[in-house]
Design a protein around this ligand. Structure first.
Ligand code: FES
Length: 138
């Protein structure tokens, strides 16, 4: 008899690779250094915009101590950017990612919307790695 509970699939979206966004010659490449973790003030964020013609894709990296969390800067509610300030994505308490458009709150660590019009939806995580203090395209 098998007493193990069935494994529930992880509902989080797969991390998006920046290398899938553009052609091999004009987009971020695996191994490219986006910045140093130390370039981002603790509790703040840094945004990166990738453009080609009219196409535009923005990513933000939120630093929390020695960890970071990276997401596409697009709210799952109606697809608007989450922020007004390029370094500030958190709510007033610094406890959640906050969408300024219609007041949605997201977990910093996994991007799940816990309060607001898109509750239960997720921010799109970006595949980045931290190696020797550098944040690198995975
Ligand atoms: S666009 Fe983010 S809550 Fe509406």
């Amino acid at each position: 008899m098998n007493n193990r509970a069935p494994k529930t699939p992880d509902p989080r979206p797969d991390a998006l690779s920046l290398t899938s966004l553009a052609s091999p010659t004009d987009g971020p490449q695996a191994g490219d250094v986006l910045c140093q973790l130390g370039d981002i003030e603790d509790g703040k964020a840094k945004t990166f915009t990738f453009k080609k013609g009219t196409w535009r894709f923005e990513v933000f990296i939120q630093r929390q101590g020695e960890a970071f969390f990276a997401y596409e800067n697009t709210c799952p509610h109606v697809g608007l950017p989450l922020n007004l300030n390029p370094t500030r994505f958190l709510d007033i308490k610094g406890e959640a990612i906050f969408c300024i458009n219609h007041a949605a709150y997201f977990n910093i660590a996994d991007g799940l919307c816990t309060k607001g019009p898109c509750r239960g939806k997720w921010l799109t995580p970006i595949a980045l790695e931290l190696i020797d203090g550098q944040i690198i395209v995975a």
